[in-house]
Design a protein around this ligand. Structure first.
Ligand SMILES: Cc1cc2nc3c(=O)[nH]c(=O)nc-3n(C[C@H](O)[C@H](O)[C@H](O)COP(=O)(O)OP(=O)(O)OC[C@H]3O[C@@H](n4cnc5c(N)ncnc54)[C@H](O)[C@@H]3O)c2cc1C
Ligand SMILES: NC(=O)c1ccc[n+]([C@@H]2O[C@H](COP(=O)([O-])OP(=O)(O)OC[C@H]3O[C@@H](n4cnc5c(N)ncnc54)[C@H](O)[C@@H]3O)[C@@H](O)[C@H]2O)c1
Length: 480
């Protein structure tokens, strides 16, 4: 069977859903092809379950840090209740709600595995074994996401390691968990499982949270140790073995070994592009999809602008919110190109995902929270920017001390001295996540640092750290 539609979105994760929402809002008949659950990795095995697994212990720690509330705590974390709350938030791994939303806005769902079959053509193998070929009048958008990388460490695959899916969907925390990697998944899952009382060992080849300011990783190493986790920096596994007793033994390059009940591999992602027919349009199977600012894939065969890639699969920023932002730009540009209306792909134009380069916000929900947007000091210097740094302790804001007794944290602003604007910000400490958006707004809006002195943070909130940062940078002189 073969049928024509306006737009085919391959992959119904959070990003594919957003693309489809914009193309159908633009009046285009849109079909999402999804082989598992509408909502994708984020909803069922990534963002949502990981954050719900983290939240209860974080709330308990927060209460313990406030004298008066701490005395009221008489019990410990109810792990079974945490897992039940996680199950609720992932809808017990069913997508009835998400499918209901597709129906309500008029997006069609084709349930099955899709692959390209030449320009504009997608073959869908349905779960019942039948096949349908969809032909796109205007566009095909690949939003198939990414899979975890399992590095070629001898014995690792045979030892049946956990990946992020196992860690976020576990029914019963293991007594001992070793984690290979020092990035976002590793630090968040170490925080979650240490909170459950699991004996966590983190095996990190360099430092924690490599893409962040160095003080972020240092704070998380200290925070995790404070939760009882062992953080081993500068080690690499050389061999992994699952014993007959079911334990996992990980041998390290310093000849020591770690024994655990499970080992979680958290060493980055690989694109889900191996079996989606990229070879039929002259692209390389298994590669990240290289796109322009409107998410149009470079180098695909076929007439006209027809192949787009959004979300993890284009490797611009492996984050749900950033992929959804790309999805809005791509969906709108597809509709504009279909109708022949004006396309604005200039920097910060409605159809360009400019923020992917300038202002990608990220919140790491570890102990403590680490949040950042834009450039680190080192990245700004590498980019040739003349840098001024504002650096203060979070507790310099009275709001921090009121939030938690003995509050400790740190904040940094990276300023482009030439342009007089903020190009990067990092905050580390309890409950700093909500501070981030002000920094994102300052960067995207290119608000002059001198003008920020007129953005008065309320007393006594944590936002007063902005004032402390400005004071550290120095009060401006009156204009001549
Ligand atoms: C443990 C963990 C925690 C995370 N936490 C956060 C967080 O807190 N905040 C954040 O912003 N990001 C977080 N991320 C990253 C986030 O999950 C991803 O950036 C996001 O899921 C990407 O969305 P996507 O739609 O591109 O891909 P996905 O969510 O992976 O969705 C892709 C969809 O495509 C479908 N698909 C693939 N191939 C085919 C095919 N051939 N045919 C049909 N369907 C197909 C898949 O079944 C899937 O539903 C986390 C990641 C992990 C691993
Ligand atoms: N809160 C959030 O925003 C959030 C949470 C989780 C994941 N994510 C996203 O998901 C993506 C995947 O996360 P991740 O933690 O898997 O990747 P990552 O890139 O953040 O970290 C990978 C880590 O693995 C290490 N590593 C890589 N290869 C290795 C090897 N062979 N041996 C030992 N260590 C090795 C790296 O040094 C690094 O510490 C990230 O891009 C992240 O942005 C976001």
């Amino acid at each position: 069977m073969e049928r024509e539609v306006d737009v085919i979105v391959l992959g119904g994760g959070p990003v594919g859903e957003n693309v489809a929402d914009r193309t159908r809002a633009g009046g285009l008949e849109t079909v999402i092809v999804e082989r598992e659950l509408v909502g994708g990795e984020c909803s069922y095995w990534a963002c949502i379950p990981s954050k719900t697994l983290l939240r209860s212990a974080a709330a308990l720690r927060a209460a313990r840090r406030v004298s008066g509330a701490a005395e009221a705590i008489t019990g410990s974390l109810d792990v079974a209740a945490v897992l039940r709350r996680r199950d609720y938030w992932v809808s017990d791994w069913t997508d009835t709600g998400a499918v209901g939303w597709l129906d309500s806005v008029g997006i069609e769902l084709e349930r099955g595995s899709g692959r390209l079959d030449g320009p504009r053509r997608v073959v869908v193998e349905r779960s019942d074994g039948t096949e349908v070929t969809l032909v796109a009048r205007h566009a095909v958008v690949v939003s198939t996401g990414s899979d975890p990388v399992v590095p070629p460490i001898p014995g690792l695959v045979e030892a049946r390691p956990w990946t992020s899916r196992d860690a976020t969907s576990a029914k019963d925390p293991p007594a001992r968990l070793a984690i290979i990697g020092g990035g976002v998944v590793a630090t968040e899952m170490a925080t979650a499982y240490a909170g459950f009382g699991t004996e966590v060992t983190l095996l990190v080849r360099s430092r924690l949270l490599g893409g962040f300011e160095p003080f972020a990783g240092e704070a998380v190493a200290a925070g995790l140790r404070g939760l009882g986790a062992s953080v081993r920096l500068g080690v690499e596994p050389t061999k992994v073995e699952r014993t007959e007793q079911g334990e996992v033994v990980i041998t390290l390059d310093d000849e020591s070994s770690v024994t655990a009940d499970e080992v979680l591999v958290a060493t980055g992602r690989t694109p889900r592009t191996r079996r989606i027919g990229l070879d039929t349009v002259d692209l390389e199977p298994g590669a990240w999809l290289d796109v322009d600012e409107t998410m149009l894939v470079h180098g695909a065969t076929g007439d006209g602008d027809w192949l787009y890639a959004t979300g993890d699969v284009n490797h611009r920023a492996l984050l749900t919110h950033q992929g959804k932002y790309q999805g809005r730009a791509a969906g709108d540009v597809i509709a504009a190109r279909a109708k022949g209306t004006r396309v604005d792909a200039s920097p910060w134009g409605v159809h360009a995902a400019t923020a992917d380069h300038a202002a990608v916000p990220q919140v790491v929900f570890a102990e403590p929270e680490c949040v950042a947007v834009g450039l680190t000091e080192a990245a700004a210097r590498r980019a040739g920017i003349e840098v001024r740094i504002g650096d203060v302790a979070m507790e310099s804001a009275s709001g921090a001390g009121i939030l938690a007794d003995g509050y400790e944290g740190r904040a940094r602003l990276v300023v482009d001295a030439g342009r007089g604007v903020v190009v990067g910000a990092t905050f580390v400490g309890q409950d700093v996540a909500e501070l981030l958006h002000a920094a994102t707004t300052a960067i995207v809006g290119e608000v002059p640092v001198d003008r920020l002195w007129h953005a008065v943070p309320a007393f006594p909130t944590m936002s007063e750290v902005w004032l402390r940062l400005l004071e550290d940078l120095g009060r401006p002189e009156a204009a001549a």
